[in-house]
Design a protein around this ligand. Structure first.
Ligand SMILES: C[S@@+](CC[C@H](N)C(=O)[O-])C[C@H]1O[C@@H](n2cnc3c(N)ncnc32)[C@H](O)[C@@H]1O
Length: 466
């Protein structure tokens, strides 16, 4: 069979990690979109399960996705599947021999792994499973240490650890192709990072954000609330050029008190550039500077391919902006006197998000993405609360629970229109785009929710960003 014909009938199986469940589908869809490919699943798709069957892709596509994904563990060329071992056998025997034979020929070496989800099998049972595959025409030699080809029998026993069935709910068999990038979560853990603060973003979530943003090689990425630069670390790993701003002079200049245990002051080289150096991506560092996101300093142009950020919620860090405590009226042309040294005033959450969306509408390239965290008070959350902008389309909205009453949602938006194309009067009159005031209540409700339940657990989860 010609390679292209062989490719077109192949299905691929992804084995996904069972954490950050909400973030997985947008991650895989975004990574496929980077390759210009849609997400096509085969059969009955259940998003929360650890196994997904994908259609319409080439092995190169799958390798491309897996070279970026932190949600997917491994990918397989799917040879057969079924609800029982007998169904699996029937399916495998129907699989075209010409697809199998290149990997089963006489002078090749191979190994078969048995993987069970939500159940541990005894060693003898694993061997029995392997022996029962003797109907497959393996002609090569078994090599457990370094085989040329690895095959895997995967059994799915559901996701409920308190209700593990005797027999698997579903079984798959396939040729292992490649693993995902789960290792990045360990290698980039903030525990071993040179420069951190108490709001540093977890490594896994930082990579997920970069993937949702479709950050690509040579892109220019901006974080307006950069903090210790965790999101820049993730984007620079994917070879994007990175820059950021923060209102906090000490954070930007790596001065002040250290967040590390048993250390009082930050050392001489504790800064964002040194973090990138630690991971070998200093060449992607543009710069960071002290600046207030509410009065940005950028020229009016579509400068950035992606804006990814974790705005302040006012829980672990204050929400501040420059200005006096008296009411300040923004000058129309947004020009401030150079000599003016502003004090700070409160920066309300609703304003932060309105400003962020507005800034993104003006400064993203068309098709560029904004990815940011939106804190929500769960009992009152509804999808209408997510701020909108007529130049930006919502791509995904994923929840990370912080406590029983609070969570944050990772919002991904894509720029679909330039602000000049808008009918500004119609836009201003449209209630869907008016600043949402509900976020201002978030902090108050967050704390009252936590206090009501004397919530040590909740506090801990929120502080860890879990
Ligand atoms: C949640 S933290 C970001 C943490 C960051 N992602 C990291 O990994 O360290 C929010 C940051 O916003 C900054 N910030 C607060 N108000 C700001 C403003 N008006 N303009 C710019 N940055 C601001 C804070 O100093 C803080 O560093």
């Amino acid at each position: 069979m010609a390679t292209s014909a062989r490719q077109s009938c192949l299905k691929y199986l992804l084995h996904l990690a069972q954490d950050n469940l909400d973030f997985r589908l947008p991650e895989i869809k975004s990574l496929l979109a980077l390759r210009g490919k849609p997400f096509h699943h085969s059969g009955n798709f259940q998003e929360k399960t650890p196994f997904w069957c994908l259609d319409g892709l080439s092995e190169e596509d799958v390798r491309g996705v897996m070279a970026r994904s932190v949600c997917a563990k491994s990918a397989f060329e799917l040879w057969g599947h079924g609800k029982t071992h007998s169904e699996l056998k029937t399916s495998l025997l129907k699989y075209p021999t010409e697809n199998m034979s290149p990997f089963m020929c006489k002078d090749s070496t191979y190994r078969i792994n048995v993987y069970t989800f939500n159940k541990t099998l005894e060693f003898e049972d694993r061997i029995k499973r392997i022996d029962s595959m003797d109907y497959l025409p393996f002609e090569g030699t078994v090599n457990l240490k370094s085989p040329q080809h690895i095959f895997c029998l995967l059994e799915d026993y559901g996701t409920d650890p308190n209700d593990i069935p005797e027999h698997p709910n579903y079984i798959y068999f396939g040729r292992w192709i490649v693993d995902g990038q789960r290792e990045l979560i360990r290698s980039h853990s903030v525990k071993n990072r040179h420069f951190i603060g108490n709001t540093s973003m977890d490594a896994g979530l930082s990579f997920i954000m970069a993937n949702h943003a479709k950050v690509n090689k040579n892109d220019l990425v901006f974080d307006p609330f950069v903090g210790t630069g965790s999101l820049l670390v993730a984007c620079s790993h994917f070879r994007a050029y990175v820059c950021g701003t923060d209102i906090d002079y000490n954070t930007i200049h790596g001065r002040g008190r250290s967040s590390r245990k048993n250390k009082t002051w930050r050392g001489p080289d504790e800064n964002i550039r040194a973090n990138l150096r630690q991971y070998g991506t200093e060449d992607m560092y543009i710069d960071v500077m002290v600046s207030d996101a509410s009065k940005h300093v950028w020229r009016e142009a579509a400068l950035f391919d992606a804006i990814i950020t974790d705005p302040p919620y006012g829980i672990r860090e204050s929400t501040r902006r420059t200005g006096s405590h008296k009411d300040v009226i923004k000058p129309q042309d947004a020009i401030y006197e150079e000599s003016h040294v502003p004090v700070t005033q409160a920066y309300h959450l609703s304003d932060i998000f309105t400003d962020l969306l507005n800034f993104s509408a003006h400064h993203l390239v068309l098709g560029g993405r904004l990815v940011y965290w939106l804190p929500v008070y769960r009992p009152e959350y509804c999808v209408e609360m997510v701020p909108l902008n007529p130049c930006l389309r919502i791509i995904s909205n994923c929840e990370q629970t912080l406590s029983s009453h609070t969570s944050r949602r990772l919002i991904t938006m894509e720029k679909i229109k330039n602000p000049e194309e808008l009918d500004s009067l119609a836009y201003l009159a449209d209630p869907r785009f008016s600043p949402y005031q509900g976020h201002n209540a978030f902090r108050e409700k967050y704390f009252s929710g936590v206090n009501k339940r004397s919530g040590k657990e909740d506090n801990k989860a929120a502080v860890n960003g879990e």
